[in-house]
Design a binder for this molecule. Sequence first.
Ligand code: SF4
Length: 591
Amino acid sequence: MRYWSENKEKLTCLLCSYYCKLKPNETGVCGVNKNTGNKIECLVYGHIGAMNIDPIEKKPLYHFLPTSKSLSLGTVGCNFKCSFCQNYGISQEKNIDKSKYHSPKDVVNIAKKYKCESISYTYNEPTIFYPFAKDIALEAKKHGIKNVYVSNGFESKEVIEDMVGIIDAVNIDLKCFSHKYYKNNLGGNLTQVLENLKQFKKNGIWLEITTLIVPTKNDSYEELKQIAMFIKEELDIYTPWHLSSFHPDYKDLDLTRTSIETLKMAKNIGSKCGLKYVYIGNVNFENDTLCTNCNEVLIKRNRFEVLSNNLINNRCPKCYTKIDGVYPKMKTIRKTGSAGSFYPDQKDEIIKCIDDFNSKITINGNFNVRAMIVPHAGYVYSGFTANIAYNISQYKKPKRIVVIGPSHSIYYEGASIALYDEYETPLGNITIDNEYSNKLQNKYDFLSFEDSMHLEHSTETQAPFIKHYFPNSEIVEIVYGKISYEDLSSLIDTVLEDEENFTLISTDLSHFHTQEKANKLDNICLNAIAKKDMALFDNGCEACGKVGVKALIYSAIKHDMNSKVLHYCTSYDKTNDASRVVGYTSALIGY
Ligand code: SF4
């Protein structure tokens, strides 16, 4: 936005609702914005009067990134003249110390250095240095740092509109509910502040309100009730209201501190009016956040310190009610469901298992592997067979591994792709490539995300091998239900097109036949794979993941890739029971 407009021989400042009309060389009410000839210059641009790293709770913001640090800064000057100002040392200062200059990049670098999740424009009225604050905020956004405004709420309508998408949260002082008191003792006007509060809410900027309760000035029951009712009726009952305790300062040295009884009365008024989040600030009590549904303590605080934060993904851990505010996204994890049964749940035991498999094989040959077929029974039955394929492919350094397996326990139309952040394994979590997963989901109608599908062992049994052999690769998990091999093959085609991908198709072979019959049926599957003979798959091949295997071989034919069967065994090798066996194989697809 342009921060001024032309008005005959004067320039009108558009930063706050005073709209000062300034002749050349004139400075506005705030003392820091000046008509320098053909523009209004913000004289404090780059000149910071105070800068600290504060807990965000000190702003106060209780529903915005709790426990995070906020780089807090202000300049000098203010467009108000509150006699009780608790920051008058900078707000009422007119001399600008220009000995130091901080560019927006300098400020953001400081925020990054101290791992601040937000930058707060505070201490004095930020609207009067909005050109500087905005440039910092735009730079901060590039680095994922949010922006907070702590203000008296007398912005111009132009600035409020401009803040959308730039400023993430505001805490506005609603200092009283008296037009006269605003006019004579504070500055600005109540009507405009109330309008602006509504506008912030309407514009979707996270809003919390603070009232400093000053004895004899704004602490009557009626006035506090008027504020609470305004919040309830014009904003909403979920807007946090902070009741801050006054201590004698600036020109109001003869006043007493706000009593605990007054603070409690004010809180009581807010709660009785129906406000859900009323906090007493600057003291050590009644500033916990409770669940609006079951009263569970969600965030426990001692002044600005958060003692415990029990929220889970913005929700009450007890009744799952969503709590209003802006919270960090929690990592979502694809949890293990088969550790301790299909494979060991301890890291050392898995490594021992793999070492044991490797002590019995000699690997040689050169094959540019693009995909593998691997079994998924318990490691004691099929781990050796799977490990051969992993071992032979470990020279690869794929960016991501796309593991595709059938659903064994849930009937599902189509397939589900895991949209979590991480994949848990006893060897450590694997990052899920969510961006790639989303791309695939957007491309294929048959792909959706169903949480319950991702406790599937056919894919999970691969995860410890993946973490062991490809520690730097990310993972994409697809579990399929009812789907045609042609559809699945078209997805595999897309995956194969990217050389940074490595595809795993998980399957076991025939189930619960005699050893003799299993060998016969499995031989058909092995031939179909080795010869890339699509017709053979439907000529006696039995496999729980046959759709996946057929899809891969179909893609291999389209991409002119070769196949190579590595190993075959049945559960008989482990159980010595030939009456009821399961077959396993591993195979490579590539050049
Ligand atoms: S910021 Fe407000 S007080 Fe300062 S010059 Fe602009 S309109 Fe006037």
